[in-house]
Design a binder for this molecule. Structure first.
Ligand code: GBH
Length: 477
């Protein structure tokens, strides 16, 4: 008889068939993410004020099929059932966002206790289910009242955000230990205030988010500055209100992925990644705008003070980043920029959204490059995931094999980064439930749980079963 060889190392455990299962560090957070406007509905309930998305989604022609978040997945009223669904699928951590206009209907002034109470009840429900709550303070739903006073073009919005952040630290910080300040600064700044042009099948497509403005470069740079300032002032305010909270942004990492792993290409990828994030992560993590940025922006540079920079560079407990796609593949180049972009061809595989090239190795390179560029204490992947088409079977199963393939591929790449010593503490898959994909509407489904938008029936998909098994065994299955 042949002796069975048991292979054990730090990151591998033996699997039933004798193969090995890559496992994650103990206490790794198997998480899942959502955002208020995309799931809650109930836009006027309990004294909520309007957000810029309530306004924008009702402008004819802005939203695919005229979809809006008025009902969405009715999570505001069904949150208890939704927590049960997540508990049953082995969710260890849940990243949700707090709707600022539920808390401050006018953006500033008197808080609305009923709005606070909703999130307080949600947090209690999560804790009872053994799910760690992670709060995001801003996932793009600015109070309309603040937009009417200039929105992110006004410096006062940054201060209003800090006041709101401080209130949340006081009200929820006894039970919520981790908070993310703002979600995807680069995307809401650029897509919301100028529109971002991306290539889809070789054609230029402009992606817009609320409030859907068309500002100049100088104005957009000032909006950027107010966004990072809001982050910094919020961190300071929350620490003053409740020391001991764990804080960081949930930005989007614009990554340069080396097309071939050579030392020169990796160096080029570092330069590219710093450049792509110069208005956001780079200033938040270094406390200064790079010379390269200020020189290139010239007269379009933002106006700022030294005090602004020290707030923006406030020490953080972790950095959260959403990672779906690289900004580009890159390679070394002799020119002043220090890197050259390598375009993908029309046959490059895609996930369900037009912008979503399938490049799973960005979940290896993103964390690795962040680590070498900025040495953060800890990293959370605050979003990854994909839109995919489901196969609905006559027996009522929802089969999303694309998503299972995608998740296995990205988690394997993340595992590689962790096994090389990059301090990634958790990963939040976007998303728990099918939801309103902003201007993309309800047809673009990102959920591990299927939603029938007519009946509001929740049905965990095949990917939810994958998640449950992966979370239970803390490995890639
Ligand atoms: C993140 O945005 C967001 O944080 C999250 O809310 C979002 O649902 C998720 O990723 C998936 O997109 O091409 O018409 O569908 C990433 C940036 C912004 C890109 C919205 C797609 C929708 C326009 N996304 N955009 S459309």
């Amino acid at each position: 008889m042949i002796n069975k060889i048991h292979f054990k190392s730090k990151n591998l455990t033996s699997n039933a068939g004798g193969s090995t299962l890559p496992t994650f560090p103990e206490r790794f957070f198997w998480g899942i993410a959502t955002a208020a406007y995309q799931i809650e509905g109930s836009p006027d309930a309990d004294g909520k004020g309007k957000s810029i998305w309530d306004t924008y989604a009702h402008i004819p022609g802005k939203m695919k099929n005229g979809d809006t978040g008025d009902v969405a997945i009715d999570h505001y009223r069904r949150y208890k059932d939704d927590v049960t669904v997540m508990r049953e699928m082995g969710v260890k951590a849940y990243r949700f966002s707090i709707s600022w206009p539920r808390i401050f209907p006018n953006g500033v002034g008197e808080p609305n206790p009923k709005g606070v109470d909703f999130y307080s009840r949600l947090v209690d429900e999560l804790l009872q289910a053994g799910i760690e709550p992670f709060g995001t303070l801003y996932h793009w739903d600015l109070p309309q009242a603040l937009q009417d006073k200039g929105g992110w073009q006004s410096r006062d919005t940054a201060q209003a955000f800090a006041d709101y952040a401080s209130l949340i630290a006081g009200q929820l910080g006894d039970r919520v230990k981790h908070f993310f300040t703002l979600n995807e600064l680069q995307n809401f700044v650029d897509m919301g205030h100028r529109g971002t042009v991306i290539k889809v099948q070789g054609k230029d497509v402009r992606i817009e988010l609320a409030p859907g403005l068309q500002l100049s470069t100088a104005q957009v740079n000032q909006v950027s500055h107010h966004a990072v300032l809001a982050h910094g002032l919020a961190v300071q305010a929350m620490r003053a209100t409740r020391p001991g909270l764990l804080l960081g942004p949930a930005d989007v990492l614009f990554t340069g992925v080396p097309i071939i792993d050579t030392p020169a290409n990796v160096r080029a990828a570092e330069i590219a990644t710093r450049t792509y994030n110069e208005r956001f992560l780079d200033v938040m993590l270094t406390g200064r705008y790079s010379d390269a940025y200020l020189q290139a922006a010239g007269p379009d540079s933002p106006k700022f003070t030294e005090a602004d920079l020290s707030a923006i560079g406030s020490p953080l407990d972790f950095v959260g980043v959403n990672i779906y796609i690289p900004k580009s593949y890159v390679e070394a180049s002799e020119d002043a920029k220090g890197f050259r972009e390598v375009p993908t061809s029309l046959t490059h595989p895609k996930m369900g959204s037009p912008w979503h090239s399938f490049i799973p190795e960005v979940l290896y390179w993103g964390p690795r490059l962040m680590n070498s560029l900025w040495k953060p204490k800890a990293i959370y992947i605050t979003e990854n995931g994909c839109a995919a088409n489901d196969v609905l079977t006559p027996e009522g199963r929802v089969l999303d094999t694309d998503r299972v393939m995608y998740l296995r591929a990205v988690m394997s790449n993340l595992h590689r980064a962790i096994s090389e010593g990059v301090p990634v503490k958790g990963n939040f898959i976007w998303s728990a439930f099918d939801n309103l994909e902003w201007t993309g509407g309800f047809g673009t489904r990102f959920g591990l749980v299927h939603i029938d938008f007519k009946t509001q029936k929740r049905t965990p998909k095949l990917s939810a079963a994958w998640f449950k098994e992966a979370s239970r065994r803390n490995g890639i299955v």
